[in-house]
Design a protein around this ligand. Structure first.
Ligand code: SAM
Length: 233
């Protein structure tokens, strides 16, 4: 059962990404011009997506992949181009609508099924790979690790996710973020130190058969995020 804090935050994120920020996300994830700060975020996000895709096998034919919190679907489409059968899910029906309209019709051997809902829904079935790019960064560390543990039960090969690393630079950025008017503010990001993530993953009994194999931090202007790879032993 998801915790109250997970459910509460999930509700805030659904409203935020489906209404408050849907237009901003549509623009950020397109080729449309953006301001200087957002351009650094776009560049950082492009690099993070490349990193996560690099960590997946080049040939994904026959593999089932979950893009957990897919937003407008860029990673899902790239994985499908490599042959994966992708399930791409997001809380926001608006972003899912955009993702569907942006996805190319021709994906070769691959496919993408776009769904709106919760990434933790067991009805999604089993996957070879799960990727959660920046979709768990707004949840408390305990909820992140529980979510990963839940996903791990349905994953055969690798689980890739990102967290917001707690660094002094990020603390400054967050305090700058607090100057923005409340109504346009995102639900807070929950930074966590790398050491705390390792500790919590190691303490999670149902992750005993999983091994953390690599990590990479991407910092580009106002974008800071750290990817982690877990492999089933
Ligand atoms: C920062 S955006 C990243 C989107 C996408 N992964 C990307 O990198 O472009 C986070 C996304 O995660 C989604 N999200 C957050 N919690 C979720 C959950 N429990 N289930 C499904 N989607 C979720 C949000 O709706 C939002 O679209």
């Amino acid at each position: 059962m998801p915790s109250m804090s997970y459910l509460e935050r999930r509700g805030q994120l659904a409203t935020y990404f489906d209404r408050t920020a849907a237009d901003a996300w549509s623009r950020l994830t397109s080729d449309a011009p953006v301001g200087r700060i957002r351009a650094t975020v776009r560049a950082g996000r492009d690099e993070m997506r490349r990193t996560l895709l690099d960590w997946l096998p080049a040939d994904l034919r026959g593999r089932r992949l979950l893009d957990a919190g897919c937003g407008t679907g860029a990673l899902a489409v790239e994985a499908a181009r490599r042959g994966a059968r992708v399930v791409a899910i997001d809380l926001s029906p608006t972003l899912i609508g955009l993702a569907r309209s942006r996805a190319p019709r021709e994906l070769g051997a691959g496919s993408v099924e776009f769904l709106s809902g919760d990434m933790l829904d067991p009805a999604l079935g089993r996957f070879d790979h799960v990727v959660a790019m920046d979709s768990l960064i707004h949840y408390r560390a305990g909820d992140v690790v529980s979510a990963i543990a839940g996903l791990a039960q349905r994953t055969q090969k690798t689980l890739l996710f990102t967290f917001a690393p707690r660094t002094p630079a990020l603390a400054v950025m967050h305090s700058v973020g607090r100057w923005f008017p409340r109504r346009s503010r995102a639900p807070a990001i929950e930074p966590v130190t790398e050491a705390a993530i390792w500790r919590r993953l190691a303490a999670e009994p149902s992750l005993g058969t999983w091994r953390a194999t690599r990590t990479d931090r991407i910092a580009s202007g106002f974008y800071v995020s750290q990817a982690l790879e877990l492999i089933a032993r």
